[in-house]
Design a protein around this ligand. Structure first.
Ligand SMILES: Cc1cc2nc3c(=O)[nH]c(=O)nc-3n(C[C@H](O)[C@H](O)[C@H](O)COP(=O)(O)OP(=O)(O)OC[C@H]3O[C@@H](n4cnc5c(N)ncnc54)[C@H](O)[C@@H]3O)c2cc1C
Length: 307
């Protein structure tokens, strides 16, 4: 357990104040025990993966922040893989490709963990992780670890029905047999496209807003004139308007201010409400402990989760 850990080191945006304590569980059971003890002691608990879709508060986080990246056991079958939540999705995709297993070609450039990807139903280039999930082992609010079959879960665009109810600790995924060379080539092309279209040279958290049905958030933000505009150290990327980059010293409050202004302006100009894709973990505004599995969307269930 590390005390007063700088959270900006745990996110791709490089934003976030000190965590009271950060812990990297070694096993799923270990994580479950910490969760239960924290619940008994009424200490807030937070869960993060690779921090690639995450805004963390400038004031830091109270209680214990659990980081799944230490959970990375992986067991390959002929056409399946059982993999712990902290394993890198991009690495898993690459390894599947090298085995001639097709399915995760879309994921090679997504810099998150497997657990984060299941929870966000991560996707790109026309694919998502949902069709490849067979089952998920999750930690439930009462501290039990339970395996749920895919048929018991619902997935939609950047949504998994476990959100707010359980945390993903392991998943079993399936693949189709494919041509190794073609799979690897496909991934290479996807990576090349990302380099061209995304501001990967500066700290960011991927797409800030979800694409509204039938449109693109980036197109709307650009059309509203936001490319290149900044608040403090946060700037709307000149390369891709749905990315906000950290130009060096961005604070969470800069990013939030920019997001709010963009949302209002796009609503005013096009009548479309942009929903956030990035998650935001924030301190409770009351002194009571958080007893629910947090969901960290900036809007939606925020008040019931965070207050
Ligand atoms: C350059 C760049 C490109 C990106 N491109 C894409 C893309 O093409 N498609 C896409 O879908 N995403 C993309 N992303 C966003 C991000 O990589 C994905 O959403 C990823 O799945 C998040 O995983 P993570 O481990 O980083 O989650 P985190 O950022 O650590 O967490 C995100 C949210 O998920 C929760 N969470 C994390 N792990 C778990 C778990 N095990 N159980 C329950 N909840 C959990 C956290 O509490 C938080 O609410 C991109 C990000 C970047 C920086």
């Amino acid at each position: 357990m590390e005390k007063k850990y700088p959270l900006h080191q745990l996110t791709t945006w490089k934003i976030g104040g000190p965590a009271e304590a950060v812990y990297w569980p070694q096993t799923k059971e270990d994580l479950s025990i910490v969760w239960q003890r924290a619940q008994e002691a009424e200490v807030p608990v937070w869960l993060i993966g690779q921090g690639s879709n995450l805004l963390l508060p400038d004031e830091g986080l109270p209680g214990v922040t659990l980081v799944t990246t230490s959970l990375r056991k992986v067991k390959w079958g002929d056409y399946t893989v059982q993999v712990e939540a902290g394993y890198s999705l991009a690495r898993l995709a690459q390894e599947a490709g090298e085995r001639g297993l097709s399915g995760l070609e879309f994921a090679r450039g997504i810099p998150g963990s497997v657990g984060g990807a299941v929870m966000m139903n991560a996707g790109a280039h026309g694919g998502t992780i949902a069709p490849h999930i067979m089952n998920v082992t999750a930690l439930w609010a009462d501290g039990t670890l339970k395996k749920v079959e895919k048929t018991e879960l619902e997935f939609a665009y950047r949504f998994c029905s476990l959100r707010g109810h359980a945390w993903v600790l392991e998943a079993e995924l399936m693949f189709s047999p494919g041509d190794r060379k073609r799979i690897l080539q496909n991934m290479k092309e996807n990576l090349k496209m990302r380099k061209l279209n995304q501001p990967l040279e500066k700290p960011n958290a991927g797409s800030v807003f979800q694409n509204p049905f039938g449109d693109s958030a980036g197109r709307l933000i650009e059309a509203a004139g936001w490319k290149g505009r900044s608040r403090g150290g946060a700037q709307v990327s000149n390369k891709h308007a749905n990315f906000i980059v950290n130009t060096g010293n961005a604070k969470a409050k800069d990013v939030l201010a920019l997001m709010e202004e963009i949302q209002k302006d796009v609503q005013l100009k096009f009548g479309i409400t942009l929903q956030t894709e990035v998650a935001y973990l924030q301190r409770s505004t009351k002194n009571d402990a958080r007893c629910a599995m947090h969901d960290a969307r900036i809007e939606g269930e925020q008040s019931s989760q965070n207050d």
